[in-house]
Write a protein that binds this ligand. Sequence first.
Ligand code: SF4
Length: 471
Amino acid sequence: MNNFLLKSYLKCKRKAWLDFKGDKKLKNWSAQNSIQNFVEFKTFEEYTENSLFSGLKGCKDGYKGVLGIKIHSNLKQDLESVIIPSILIKEKGESIWGKYKYIPAVSKLGNRTAKEHLFDLALSSIALEKFQNSSVCHGLVLKRYKNHIKAEKIFLKDKLKDKAINIFFELKNSLNQNIPEITDNRKKCSICSWQKYCDNEAKSKGYLTDIDGIGLNTSIFLKKLGIKNFNQLASFNKKVLDQKLLNNQENNIPKYLKFIDQSNSYISGRAISLPNRDQHLKIFFENHPGFLIFDIESNPDENHDFLYGLLSIRNIWQNSTNDIYEPILDLNNEKKKISESEILKKLKLKNDWPIIHYGDTEKIAIIKLARKANYIESEIEILKSRFIDLHLIVRKSWILPLKNYSLKTVANWVGFNWEQKNVSGSKALFWWLQYQNNQTNIFLEKIIKYNKDDCLATLHIARWLLNNSGD
Ligand code: SF4
């Protein structure tokens, strides 16, 4: 049992169990994990100014950062553990190594310092104190942002150490029992390497959280009403549900009634059309010289949109030789500049072309750029009016037999296949980090190919909507 399992346990009890006892063949590669490992190593390299070494020799020789130290520790009676600190950082002091000692550090993605960081530091400090025969009163949480490293000092008080030991004890008990249930908070699953495995089980057992829109709280509420799975939900009488909702002071009745339709669609595999859906497609029947299909790739951790992909199509109904895909790269986060960026100029050149996108990210990003470039309010309003969010149109027009309405899920369902296998926004971000690290163009090419396919997938969905129009 080690501290990595504790990190998993804090995310999801089942994940820790699967990491420990699950069949590794059922585990999938996770872009998120790879990003985390990659950023972590860069952070450590930069923080220690490359004075990094692996193993005991690193401590003996007094490197600023030491990786890969395994410490066997007895945290409490019968609580044997192996603690592997993410990194040890050299500090002034006295220890078995000489006139210096080590403290533990972890790196984080995002801004939040979470329990997993605190408990990891606490456990590492307990093991390290005995290992180097020197006290450890604090640890560091390192965060890399725009090529700078921010170090947050965490004081490791006894209370925190006790808490960490107790959670570790809980983990040990959990690992000795049967596999825990799938978490109700399925948002966590989207970046988990056991997602496929758990999704299969959730579907076969009828988990309510498999239904689009049903999260943790809604599933608890539905269970309170006596609805335990999506099969029960699908066959629930709408009038009875309506009454139950009123009795429980729930006013958003249409939302719950839609869950019944969503469950039916999910079980039967049949799409359900919604009334008046053609009104959302009017813009496609108006006279326009063409349409722009727009998709962004970004690094949220650095607040950096590194690729704007723009597909210009003359005819929404069919491909033409005049259709052009243009990747506009922003390799150095140019959006900080006040001047009008390349992408705004491109959009202005075709100012009577509507801009089709999937989800709200693209519109928000462009409006932000326009404000930075000092567009006046009337210009911003015109720009806003050109955006057509296909994701919203799909949701207002159809109930699809899907677990979610993401671009990947919907486009796959309407028959679109990405040229590169198992791709995702996270994988594109992983390629981007690789490119930044070694300037190898092959990663940029992969990102561009992926982004072009995202644009084509959006077009595919638009055509599906048009081909299935007619109330
Ligand atoms: S997929 Fe979800 S339920 Fe399964 S282990 Fe991962 S986080 Fe837990």
